[in-house]
Design a protein around this ligand. Structure first.
Ligand SMILES: Cc1ncc(COP(=O)(O)O)c(C=O)c1O
Length: 449
């Protein structure tokens, strides 16, 4: 590219106002929310980076699809457009629509999981782990060693540790019904998995006669990283890379709220006829008839169109470039963060930024609250609040909704994070005031120390 400025490859067609708040308003909103950012009202947030799941903007063709949505209970034309869009990219024989990713996980692990089973993954996302464990099975994370080092610049930190997978299968092959690889590895920082690693995992699975499934939520972002970083892949069309990734797997689970570019939706797709039959039976019990699953016809249309747009090179260049723009600017300013930037988010290293706040005093929560109070930015603590004393790191994730914020919004985020980082030594830790029995990060209340 001749010019370096990242431009959004779209014009704005419909705007959604955001309310500019004062520091005093934010302080009182934070207090009323018990210092839990999940308890804030959306309209009190200026830049919402809590998650990029289902929070993106659709384009005019997707809105046109919403109008075209056919709500026939069975055999809707919208279903066939959805099924064809999924099969064009991934090629699996059976496509089972669900209302979001975790519904696909629930169905799959209800069939394949159970007591005594073990399911390895590069890193299970929290709903995946919860669904595996709810079935009675054990969820095992096998990331490469580099994944645990925030400052490491390894290009494929999302990779699975192939030797560890081999050792697990050598010891417990009978217990493993499926091997999973999450692309990109969300819990590991949105880091990609290389094609080479997928081939190596596939070879091990074949040797032991095991199925391989992808958690494909961010398949397009992963494919872009392969094109940019993997030797021999430069310039290759993105749909080609996606097809190769899928050809190495026997099936996938998907949340269309990510690389489906939709606000809701998901699917389970697979080749095995008998397994698909069992999954469809559960689908009818909990989601709906197999030609709509948990979705309206209009949602199926939005996803079908989203899948065409998400593999567009201009979109992906902008998407990955704008996340890196945020990460690189903060890195250059000396703000500690997980390197290199992931596809969908930047992860601030609160433990490194607030060395005077020990993990027990919740440095991630303190930093997330300071970002909100200072500039109305809502991020998400991923650390001691979320994982208790098992947390290896205390991070604040700034997830970037797709096609939603402009470069000036991101410049503002950079300014706010830098301002908070400059007075990091004045930030105090926090304590938990009330907490529920499980998943405390959603509803706990806090107080500053
Ligand atoms: C890697 C990964 N898998 C699964 C899911 C679950 O998808 P959903 O939120 O649509 O249930 C998510 C959602 O954030 C995810 O990031």
């Amino acid at each position: 590219m001749e010019f370096r400025t990242i431009i959004e490859p779209f014009r704005i067609h419909s705007v959604e106002p955001i309310r500019i708040t004062t520091a005093a308003e934010r302080e009182s909103a934070l207090r009323a929310a018990g210092f839990n950012l999940f308890a804030l009202r959306g309209e009190d947030v200026l830049i919402d980076l809590l998650t990029e799941s289902g929070t993106g903007a659709m384009n005019s063709e997707q809105w046109a699809g919403i109008q075209r949505g056919d709500e026939s209970y069975a055999g809707s034309p919208s279903w066939f457009r959805f099924r064809d869009a999924v099969q064009d990219l991934f090629g699996f024989a059976h496509v089972i629509p669900t209302h979001q990713g975790r519904a696909a996980e629930k169905i799959l692990f209800s069939v394949l999981g159970g007591a005594g089973k073990a399911i390895p993954n590069n890193t299970h996302f929290d709903t995946t782990r919860a669904n595996v464990e709810f079935s009675g099975a054990e969820a095992i994370d096998l990331p490469v060693a580099e994944a645990r080092i925030p400052a490491s610049e390894h290009p494929f930190k999302g990779n699975m540790d192939v030797a560890a997978l081999e050792a697990l299968l050598a010891e417990r092959a009978g217990d493993v019904p499926v091997v999973f690889v999450t692309v990109t590895n969300n819990s590991g920082g949105g880091q990609p998995v290389s094609l080479e690693n997928l081939h190596a995992v596939r070879a091990v699975c074949e040797r032991f006669g095991k199925r391989l499934f992808l958690d494909g939520c961010r398949f397009a972002e992963n494919a872009w990283f392969i094109r940019e970083r993997e030797p021999g892949q430069e310039g290759r069309p993105i749909p080609d890379i996606v097809r190769e990734m899928a050809s190495l797997a026997d099936g996938m689970t998907m949340s269309a709220k990510k690389d489906g570019l939709a606000n809701i939706g998901g699917w389970l797709a697979l080749d095995d006829d008998a397994l698909a039959e069992q999954a469809r039976t559960l689908l009818i019990l909990t989601e709906g008839f197999p030609t709509y699953g948990g979705l309206a016809g209009r949602d199926l249309e939005a996803i079908a169109q989203g899948l065409r747009e998400v593999v567009d090179e201009d979109y992906l260049r902008y998407r990955i470039g704008s996340t890196a723009y945020l990460g690189d600017a903060l890195h250059a300013a000396g703000v500690p963060l997980v390197r290199p930037s992931g596809g969908h988010a930047v992860y601030l290293d609160a433990r490194a930024l607030l060395p005077h706040v020990p993990p027990a005093e919740l440095p991630g929560q303190a930093l997330a609250c300071a970002l909100y109070e200072t500039g109305g930015i809502r991020g998400c603590e991923i650390g001691t609040v979320m994982f208790g004393e098992h947390a290896l790191m205390d991070l604040v994730r700034l997830a970037i909704p797709r096609r939603t914020y402009t470069q000036s919004h991101i410049d503002y985020v950079i300014e706010v994070v830098r301002a908070v980082a400059e007075r990091a030594d004045q930030l105090r830790g926090m304590r938990i005031v009330t907490e529920p029995a499980a998943l405390r990060h959603f509803t706990a209340t806090f107080a500053p120390l």
